[in-house]
Design a protein around this ligand. Structure first.
Ligand code: COA
Length: 186
């Protein structure tokens, strides 16, 4: 368990897959993600099996919040494309239950996960890609300290048009500095 102020991050279990299928079939959630095809339980099972073959560091973690003394699963966060020599990886997040958007949980999960990435996994750079249209996510990343590196022009086709993908990153040194200044660690 990785514990924050209001959330915790835990390993994903097979029993969680039905939740993922619900979340990843929600058109509003999908607008921010690169998935575009209705997702079946079978495909999600296959994803889980493939994921379990990967190193633990690449397993996404469930984001949970405490409500009335129960932990409620609201989304997941994880790393992809880990590059150990260059100590770099790509972050992905979804708050899949949109009832929990705009409650600060996504921001808290990212900050907590960055601490894990820099202080436990000893990464030096965490990068991400975000659609130009995903204004909420862009606001969150910028607020946390991600810096725009560049734009993959018209890289994704969505709802009948090509949209840009923005590449952002945060370095360990920047994160350390931000913490000294304002204490972004939850
Ligand atoms: C993007 C996402 C992770 C953000 O998590 P969240 O818990 O909703 O975000 P938070 O509550 O921590 O913060 C939301 C911030 O965005 C702001 N915001 C909301 N809508 C906005 C908009 N249209 N434009 C700009 N800012 C917006 C909120 O005011 C808040 O800002 P504040 O903290 O300065 O007040 C979550 O909404 C999500 O998973 N969306 C669907 C999947 C997705 O897009 N994943 C990211 C792929 S790159």
């Amino acid at each position: 368990m990785i514990s924050g102020n209001r959330i915790r991050l835990r390993a994903i279990e097979r029993e969680d897959l039905a939740l993922f299928v619900t979340w990843l079939n929600d058109p509003q959630v999908l607008e921010g993600l690169s998935l575009y095809f209705p997702l079946s339980n079978h495909v999600e099972e296959r994803w889980f099996e493939n994921m379990m073959q990967k190193p633990a560091e690449e397993h996404p973690l469930m984001i949970e919040v405490k409500e009335d003394n129960n932990w409620v699963s609201i989304g997941d966060i994880g790393l992809m494309n880990l590059d150990w020599r260059n100590r770099s990886a790509e972050l992905g997040i979804q708050i899949g239950d949109k009832n929990y958007w705009d409650h600060g949980y996504g921001s808290e999960a990212i900050k907590l996960f960055l601490r894990h990435s820099f202080e436990t996994l000893n990464l030096n750079r965490v990068t991400l890609r975000v659609f130009e249209t995903n204004l909420r996510a862009r606001h969150v990343y910028q607020k946390i300290g991600f810096v725009q590196e560049g734009v993959l022009r018209k890289a994704f086709y969505q709802q009948g048009r090509y949209i840009d993908e923005i590449v952002m990153s945060v370095l360990k040194s920047e994160w350390d500095h931000a913490n000294e200044e304002s204490g972004i660690i939850p």
